[in-house]
Design a protein around this ligand. Structure first.
Ligand code: SF4
Ligand code: SF4
Length: 142
């Protein structure tokens, strides 16, 4: 049986853990929090270290040093996974949900993420092209 169906996230090897990331890039979008309601909204402005063609981090091994607000999910309390996008495999598995058909571990092809419209590749912009992040809020991304 597939490892993600038999193991908890905390029991996975590093390779298994990393293979769950579909490289959608959504967690690398800047987010804004409403001070009163604590509601978090995504913007279409991506972190300066992401490659917007591949939607991968260009400095993955040094990411938390170079971008202090970047979170290492393996070290993050699972109670805080709620901010992750609803399509994220770590959030889905933590919520006892199935991986979707477009996930590379199911489809066998990383291109399925872009084909399914899950990748930020088609709408994200670079940090250097955004002046006020509030002008870039995308309410439709949950
Ligand atoms: S949102 Fe989840 S699946 Fe997408 S890039 Fe981030 S960690 Fe990977
Ligand atoms: S440092 Fe890398 S992994 Fe972290 S938010 Fe930026 S692009 Fe994403």
């Amino acid at each position: 049986m597939s490892f993600w169906k038999t193991k908890k996230l905390s029991e996975m090897s590093i390779d298994e853990w990393e293979s769950l990331c579909d490289n959608c890039g959504k967690c690398c979008l800047h987010k804004l929090e409403d001070e009163k309601t604590e509601k978090i909204v995504f913007t279409n402005v991506a972190c300066k270290l992401i490659n917007l063609t591949t939607c991968r981090c260009t400095k993955y091994s040094k990411r938390t040093e170079l971008v202090p607000e970047c979170l290492d999910l393996r070290e993050l309390d699972i109670d805080r996974y709620g901010w992750l996008p609803s399509t994220c495999a770590y959030r889905l598995l933590n919520d006892d949900k199935e991986l979707p058909s477009w996930h590379p571990l199911i489809s066998g092809n990383s291109a399925s993420v872009k084909r399914a419209g899950v990748s930020i590749n088609s709408y994200a912009i670079k940090e250097s092209n955004a002046i006020d992040f509030e002008d870039h809020i995308i309410e439709w991304l949950k």
